[in-house]
Design a protein around this ligand. Structure first.
Ligand code: WQD
Length: 337
């Protein structure tokens, strides 16, 4: 089956393209390189031994989407393409609502028009805010978003629910990611943060590579065992394989109108200091230089998944651990020079 992967040159998208091919699917990438680089396509080709059909375009171009659906015989879509910088989303809300929600609406309209039923939507654990209980299940109440970015994920899920609720012949799964980290073990693809990384692991690897003087740990006085925030860090290849499992679930689903959401995490929480300690263990270098600084606005204290539903519902379980992910992230960083 030909699968349109929007944002397929991005971090999670590129790894999912590889996993799709390895599972026998035929991905087609659409990406505008707003948060990715052409080198990701070269890396995918090195891993697969062949290129993947690619369109450099925005996902809100309905006419182009129609053309691609027809020309490439698209049978399903995995929708990654969205802006995702939490801080930037607060400074430029309309840019985020226009892009993240406008593209989703256009995509849904073309899918209904073309009779393409299968859609995987890239959502996020950020919809839970600071959960009242841990680990987080899919029944944990969604809380008012703490950022415009997070709200685009919440409203995106509402758009999906309402589109299905009106009886459209669509089968949709929303995947709520926890914290994707790491890189393909070949080190041909990985995370390419633009500018100074917002996220922890690319900042760790850039510090270890000498690109950053030291890491600032945002807060050491949280109510956690070592005072630093806890997250569920999932290897990007495990996350990629969860998308393939979700797609297979849609294909195997007999009803024509279906919607569900799944938490995609390891079920294991790790603190910032544990990430640093684990990195020191795998890098073989002197201890990573870091300082404990002020808390970062908007951070939740702890969030990690209860993976029961995704394990049972998709037959998927994370196979890689924090060490594997940090080892692959470090191997990738060293190729970046
Ligand atoms: C993890 C922990 C920081 C950098 C974000 C988005 C989420 C998703 C994943 C898109 C926190 C601490 C970080 C640093 C630090 N993105 N940290 N020093 O914030 O959990 O999730 O990325 O879907 O939507 O919100 O990830 O990697 O930024 O932070 O101490 O230099 O590392 O305070 O506790 P986060 P993160």
């Amino acid at each position: 089956m030909h699968i349109l992967v929007t944002g397929g040159a991005g971090f999670i998208g590129s790894h999912t393209v590889v996993a799709l091919v390895e599972a026998g699917f035929k991905p087609v990438i659409i990406d505008n390189f707003s948060n990715s680089e052409p080198r990701a396509l070269e890396g995918i080709e090195k891993i697969l031994g062949h290129s993947v059909p690619f369109y450099q375009a925005n996902c809100d171009d309905a006419d182009l989407l129609r053309e691609i659906f027809e020309k490439e015989q698209i049978g399903g879509v995995i929708h990654f393409a969205a802006y995702k910088a939490v801080g930037e989303s607060m400074a430029e809300p309309l840019k985020y609502y226009r892009n993240n929600l406008g593209s989703l609406i256009t995509l849904l309209e073309v899918m209904v028009e073309k009779g393409v039923p299968n859609l995987i939507f890239s959502s996020s654990c950020t919809v839970y805010g600071q959960p009242d209980q841990l680990p987080v299940t899919e029944d944990t109440p969604v809380k008012p978003a703490e950022s415009v970015y997070g709200n685009t994920k919440q409203v995106g899920e509402e758009i999906l629910r309402d589109t299905i609720g009106s009886g459209n012949p669509l089968k949709i799964i929303g995947l709520r990611y926890f914290n994707p980290i790491g890189a393909h073990p070949s080190a041909h693809i990985g995370e390419l943060p633009l500018g100074v990384p917002n996220n922890l692991v690319p900042f760790v690897t850039q510090t270890a590579a000498g690109m950053r003087k030291s890491l600032t740990v945002f807060g050491g006085d949280y109510p956690t065992p070592d005072g630093t925030c806890i997250r569920d860090y999932i290897h990007v290849m495990d996350l990629a394989e969860a998308h393939v499992a979700a797609l297979q679930k849609l294909i195997d689903t007999p009803q024509s109108n279906y919607y569900d959401v799944f938490n995609v995490g390891t079920g294991q929480g790790n603190s910032v200091l544990e990430v640093i300690q684990t990195f020191d263990k795998i890098s073989g270098q002197e201890g990573l230089p870091y300082v404990i600084g002020a808390r970062r606005a908007g951070d939740v204290v702890a969030v990690y998944a209860d993976a029961t539903k995704v394990n049972a519902g998709l037959g998927w379980t994370a196979k890689r651990n924090l060490e594997d992910a940090l080892r692959d992230a470090w191997k990738w960083q060293k190729t970046l020079g």
